[in-house]
Design a protein around this ligand. Sequence first.
Ligand code: MG
Ligand code: MG
Length: 249
Amino acid sequence: MITIKSEREIELLRKAGHIVYQTHQYLKPFIREGISTKELDRLGEAFIRKQGATPSFKGYQGFPNALCISVNDEVVHGIPSDYKLKNGDVVSIDIGACYQGYHGDSAWSYPVGSVNPQVEALLRDTEASLYEGLKAIREGAHIGDIGEAVETYAIAHHLGVVKELVGHGVGTTVHEDPDVPNFGKKGTGPRLRKGMVIAVEPMLTIGSPDIYEDMDNGWTILTDDGSTSAHFEHTVVVTEDGCEILTGE
Ligand code: MG
Ligand code: MG
């Protein structure tokens, strides 16, 4: 069921989203060679709790940590570990925070030190594809408009679109209806209404978009061909003539 949020609810979603944004800003200076992904998780969780929120993903369907931290060919759902970031890595940090019962959800991919030009382009173009998707949002538009915008941009920039994983509605649960795919056809899918809150989250790859699940931990999704992937996500509320980013500044 797709829900339309009230002004009061949107205010709480704004607060939750802002905490997620602040957590990303707080973590940025720590993202450098030598830090373990477990340490980033610890820092992120402490920061979220200090803001009076709880990490949305901790315990979600049994997820063991506060943040999903995925490195290089890990697309999403990376489990923080003793792995220490290396120069040239890409680290995707997905953060969810729950404030007074309402969630915010935003992922961002960061370069560690200096990355090669191909990876630099992946990061730039995946971020840009997110904003292309957001530009398609307004009251009366369709979910398919977002997917078509993201996919068209990704294809034009020679990147693979992961199709098995999609964006989603956000509210009193971190994942709710509707699905928001990163592919589709303009004019198809549910209509966007003012007050709908959704997370748009392109996951793009340098190589093939095919993925597999790490059977050892039952969580982490990786690219089949080992190519690097990137993930950029904002939670937004649909407005009359566009959208308001809730996980931004
Ligand atoms: Mg997320
Ligand atoms: Mg999400």
